[in-house]
Design a protein around this ligand. Structure first.
Ligand SMILES: [Zn+2]
Ligand SMILES: [Zn+2]
Length: 279
C-alpha cells in the first residue's frame, strides 16, 4: 500500500464497523430476548435477493461491464437495489471494479489479492485514494448516464430507504418491537451477509479455486461462492471474458444473475446480451 496516495477512510470504517457490531453482537443479544417472526425472515430473504442482484446484475454486469442493455426502469430498479446494499454508489463501485480488471494484481488494483485475504476481502475499504488520476478515468463513461449520476447524488437517501423499509414493514406487523427486529434481521444482518458475499468474490475467488480459462491473473472459479453470490463465483471465466453477461457460461452452472438477465430479455426489457463463444 502506498501511503502517499491513500488516506484512512473514517466514515466507511465507522459505517462498516456499525454493521459488523450490529450483526455479530446486537443480533445475538436481541435473539436471546426475543424471537424473529416469519415477517422478519421473509423480509430478510426478499432483501438479500433484491439487493444482492442489484449488485451482481446492476452494479457489476450492467454498469461496470456493460454486458447487456436494458430499459430505463430496469436500470432504475437495479440502482435502487444496489444502493440498498451499502456498497457505495454505482459510480464509485463500478469505477473501482473497472480498475480492478484493468490493473488486476497490481498496486493500482483497489482489491489487490496479492496483499492477502483480509486486504482483498475488506481491508481495502478502510483506505481511500487521494490521487484522482488513479480513478477519474474509469468514471468517464459512467458519468454520461444521468441515472447513475442521480443515484450517486441521492445515495444516502437510498441507503436510508433500505434500512427504513424493513423497520416500517416490521412495525406494521408487531409495533415498535416488530420494527426493531425486522430492522436488525432484514436491515443490519442482511447488509452484513450481502457485503461479505460480495467480498468473497474479491478474496476467495482470487486465492482458491481452479483456473480452467486462463492464468494471466489470479482469478479463480469457485462454484461454492456462486451459491452465495447469485453466480459470481465463476470468476476465472469472468476475468477472461469480462463482457459476457454470464459468469457461469455452461447451462448447468448456478448463475441466477444470468437467468434474470436472460428472462428480462425474453420480455423485451433487456437486449444486446453479450456472449463469448467458449468451447
Ligand atoms: Zn467484473
Ligand atoms: Zn476479480
Amino acid at each position: 500500500m502506498d501511503a502517499t496516495t491513500r488516506q484512512f477512510d473514517y466514515l466507511t470504517t465507522f459505517l462498516f464497523g456499525t454493521i459488523v457490531v450490529g450483526a455479530m453482537i446486537g443480533l445475538p443479544i436481541f435473539t436471546y430476548y426475543y424471537d424473529f417472526s416469519w415477517v422478519d425472515w421473509t423480509m430478510f430473504v426478499i432483501l438479500y435477493i433484491f439487493t444482492g442482484l442489484g449488485i451482481t446484475v446492476g452494479y457489476h454486469r450492467l454498469f461496470a461491464h456493460r454486458s447487456f442493455k436494458c430499459a430505463k426502469w430496469v436500470e432504475m430498479v437495479l440502482l435502487i437495489a444496489g444502493g440498498m446494499a451499502l456498497q457505495n454508489s454505482a459510480l464509485k463501485w463500478a469505477s473501482d471494479h473497472i480498475r480492478h480488471h484493468a490493473r488486476c494484481d497490481e498496486d493500482e488494483d483497489p482489491y489487490n489479492a496479492k496483499l492477502g485475504f483480509w486486504w482483498s476481502h475488506c481491508g481495502w475499504l478502510f483506505w481511500k485514494d487521494t490521487d484522482p488520476s488513479l480513478y477519474d478515468k474509469y468514471k468517464t463513461k459512467l458519468k454520461q448516464n444521468p441515472l447513475v449520476m442521480w443515484q450517486h447524488q441521492n445515495y444516502i437517501a437510498v441507503v436510508i430507504a433500505g434500512l427504513a423499509f424493513p423497520f416500517i414493514i416490521g412495525s406494521l406487523y408487531n409495533g415498535w418491537i416488530g420494527g426493531v427486529s425486522c430492522f436488525l434481521l432484514a436491515g443490519v444482518a442482511r447488509t452484513f451477509f450481502v457485503l461479505n458475499s460480495t467480498f468473497f468474490i474479491n478474496s476467495i475467488c482470487h486465492l482458491w479455486g481452479n483456473q480452467p480459462h486462463g492464468t494471466s491473473d489470479s482469478s479463480r472459479d469457485s462454484w461454492f461462492v456462486s451459491l452465495l453470490t447469485f453466480g459470481e463465483g465463476y470468476h476465472n471465466y469472468h476475468h477472461m471474458y469480462q463482457t459476457d453477461y454470464r459468469n457461469g457460461a455452461q447451462w448447468y452452472n448456478f448463475d441466477p444473475s444470468k437467468w434474470l438477465i436472460w428472462t428480462l430479455s425474453k420480455f423485451g426489457f433487456a437486449y444486446d446480451l453479450r456472449r463469448q463463444s467458449v468451447p
